[in-house]
Design a binder for this molecule. Structure first.
Ligand SMILES: [Zn+2]
Length: 693
């Protein structure tokens, strides 16, 4: 089949074009008799992939495993194709049926593919300590909503997709079901017709599971890169994305329409917000929410198998679990005298992956395993090698090998990074160079971060302070070894110009669809700067910028050095990023410096603000061994610094006696600092570290 060039502009449109070519009718139209309330329930029960960090800032031996084409596999298991190609569907009460299922289902049952057909239901439950995905503002400071898998107690009922309830059951608690319904397909719609993919393979939608065929075809044509890419996009978009496609549309405030909200529990009318989401033509959340839920069930099954074997995991992301495991297995030390955890042996991991073979919907000759060890586990000769991992927060981790085969050490040149994950950093581009298909600076960042982490674990008195974008050893005030070359550059986010307004302001210096840079400055300045993107990194510090709020022109080096966020600050923030969905090993809120095995939260009631008020950096107590002192000092040339008003106020508030006691400095030095005299960085560092502890 052919797509006109202008039509093939997004993965979603590609997927939809193929669904249409097979004659599949748009589900909202075809199943138009399904009550809007049912779609509201599905949206309320919808969550994306699960990503979390379980062991924080502590190096452990690992074996990462992942699911082969997770969503196409789930589609096949749940029978999604039968629903999509059905003539009609009905929503049938399944309350008693689901209660009986939850009472009797065992882990073994979940490994029987036929059993999965029972999971395409939605249930209204009263959460009484079930481990369920919870969408909430865990961090009131950033206000971002996060999805965490936590123990939920709530007096109000909520709707949950079937596979999520089964997953909750794996954690040992039988959910209290008040009501449930099942999605039942009937017959095959008329007009379905076979298609040929890239004129090579034919798929008959009446007889075959489209998703399974696409994946098998992909595995059979590994050598053809372009075909691989095409099939990957086709599989991703048709296996779940298309059914959840919502496109934001800005509303004209003068013609704000009334919208009807179906929350799952209630139906009410309200004025439309500034932006509404327009559903895509194959939007059908009843399927979308079930599919992602099925993905979380597979992940929960892997987790349960690991736990049953006595093990745990470093972190997980959607279709992958990074299991704590070593060749022979055994105890792995944890920080702060907490009892050791067990690393599974490679054999034990293999037994777990083999167990999932029974669930594979694919031809074994083409796709041998549903759950497999990721490619990183093998060296260039194809032999399994020992990997280690360190995770900071969800999606922020690195896998590496060491020559000495220890998770951490003080040897130089011992660590080789294998997989650096740099979530949230993709817009920074301190260099264009790439290494093994990823930005070169991600590798450099992790090499440096791991060296700092290892050193701090070995030498707890080691402290690093970021000052004017340089990493300084607080004892010696000298730069820390191995500092990446880009660390002092201003943090500039590279982005495309799309708004004509900005183009106007940039006075012809940037072209439409060209790149601009957004240098980050401290929030208190309330500036949003833009400058045309330049490859001359050395000149970044002198960029001529426009403030998009008022059109004012600024030269970056005319701002105070402390007000410009550098890549050193970004790195510092990256390593301090808290895993806010979990608690530390001590049962307290996860902090920047928290190390070790995290715990799940118990969420009771309204769950809107789990973490309290904003506190000043000093009230928080010791933040981390990597700190930033730019916001408490004035930086002079020649490497000397003076306390700024914030720090002087902090010291005055504590008094001379308390400050001398906390910092180990004498009264004379503290008085000098209080009067704003220039001192050595190490001296000011003692103050900052001392009063934080
Ligand atoms: Zn070593």
């Amino acid at each position: 089949m052919r797509l006109a060039r202008h039509q093939a502009y997004s993965p979603a449109s590609l997927g939809k074009a193929y669904l249409r070519a097979m004659g599949i009718e748009e589900p909202m139209r075809k199943f138009g008799d399904i009550a809007p309330k049912i779609h509201g329930i599905a949206m309320a029960a919808y969550y994306g992939g699960r990503a979390e960090c379980r062991i924080r800032r502590w190096p452990v031996p690992v074996v990462p495993v992942d699911l082969t084409s997770e969503y196409p596999s789930v589609d096949a298991l749940l029978g999604i194709w039968d629903v999509l190609t059905a003539e009609r569907i009905t929503i049938e009460d399944a309350t008693e049926d689901v209660r009986a299922l939850l009472e009797s289902v065992t882990l073994d049952d979940l490994f029987r593919p036929a059993f999965w057909k029972h999971f395409n239901f939605y249930a209204r439950i009263l959460p009484e300590g079930d481990i369920l995905p919870v969408r909430s503002v865990y961090d009131s400071k950033s206000g971002t909503r996060n999805i965490g898998l936590n123990e939920l107690h709530w007096k109000q009922p909520m709707w949950v997709a079937g596979p999520d309830l089964i997953a909750a059951l794996l954690n040992g608690h039988i959910p209290n079901v008040q009501e449930a319904f099942r999605v039942v397909p009937h017959g095959k719609q008329r007009g379905l017709k076979p298609i040929k993919l890239r004129n090579a393979i034919s798929i008959d939608p009446r007889r075959e599971d489209f998703f399974t065929r696409v994946i098998e075809y992909r595995k059979q044509n590994k050598a053809d890169d372009r075909l691989q890419y095409f099939l990957k996009i086709l599989a991703n978009s048709t296996s779940y994305g298309t059914y959840l496609e919502l496109n934001p549309v800005k509303i004209d405030p003068s013609k704000r329409p009334k919208i009807t909200v179906y929350s799952g529990e209630h139906i009410f009318e309200q004025s439309a917000p500034d932006t509404i989401e327009q559903p895509g033509s194959f939007y059908f959340p009843l399927l979308g929410a079930l599919i992602t839920s099925g993905g979380r069930l597979l992940l929960a099954m892997i987790e349960r198998c690991v736990r049953d074997a006595g093990g745990t995991y470093l972190c997980c992301d959607t279709d992958a679990l990074i299991i704590v495991a070593s060749k022979e297995g055994g105890a792995v030390q944890m920080p702060d005298g907490v009892s050791p955890i067990k690393a599974l042996s490679w054999k034990e991991v293999e037994r777990i992956t083999e167990r999932f073979d029974s669930l594979s919907p694919y031809n074994r000759e083409i796709v041998p395993h549903l759950l497999r060890l990721t490619d990183e586990n093998y060296d260039e000769n194809g032999a399994q090698r020992q990997l280690f991992g360190l995770s900071i927060a969800a999606k922020r981790y690195a896998l590496y090998t060491t020559k000495c085969n220890q998770p951490y050490c003080s040897h130089s040149e011992c660590v080789t990074i294998v997989d650096p994950k740099a979530h949230g950093l993709i817009f920074f581009a301190p260099s264009e160079e790439r290494e093994n298909g990823l930005p070169k600076w991600w590798w450099e960042l992790w090499r440096f971060l791991l060296a700092l982490e290892f050193r701090q674990i070995i030498e707890p008195s080691f402290n690093v302070l970021m000052l004017g974008g340089r990493a300084i050893d607080s004892e010696t005030s000298t730069p820390v070894d191995g500092e990446p070359a880009w660390i002092g550059l201003p943090a500039m986010m590279k982005m495309r110009v799309s708004t004509p307004h900005y183009l106007d302001q940039l006075k012809g210096k940037a072209s439409p669809f060209g790149f601009v840079s957004h240098p980050r400055t401290r929030d208190k300045l309330k500036l949003t700067l833009l400058t045309p993107f330049s490859k001359d990194r050395a000149g970044w510090a002198h960029s001529l910028c426009i403030n998009t709020h008022d059109g004012g022109i600024y030269r970056l080096n005319e701002l105070s050095r402390a007000d410009i966020i550098t890549l050193g600050d970004v790195l510092c923030g990256y390593v301090q990023h808290r895993e806010i969905k979990s608690l530390g090993p001590d049962g307290e809120t996860c902090k920047a410096h928290t190390r070790g095995l995290l715990r799940r939260m118990t969420i009771k009631g309204g769950l809107q603000h789990c973490i309290g008020k904003e506190v000043s950096r000093f009230e928080q107590g010791k933040d981390d061994f990597i700190g930033n002192i730019d916001d408490v000092c004035i930086h002079y040339d020649g490497g000397r610094v003076a306390a700024n008003e914030t720090l002087i106020a902090e010291i005055s508030g504590r008094g001379l006696r308390k400050t001398t006691k906390e910092t180990g400095l004498d009264r004379k030095t503290i008085r000098a600092i209080l009067s704003g005299k220039k001192v050595k960085i190490a001296t000011l560092a003692k103050v900052v570290i001392g009063i934080q502890q």
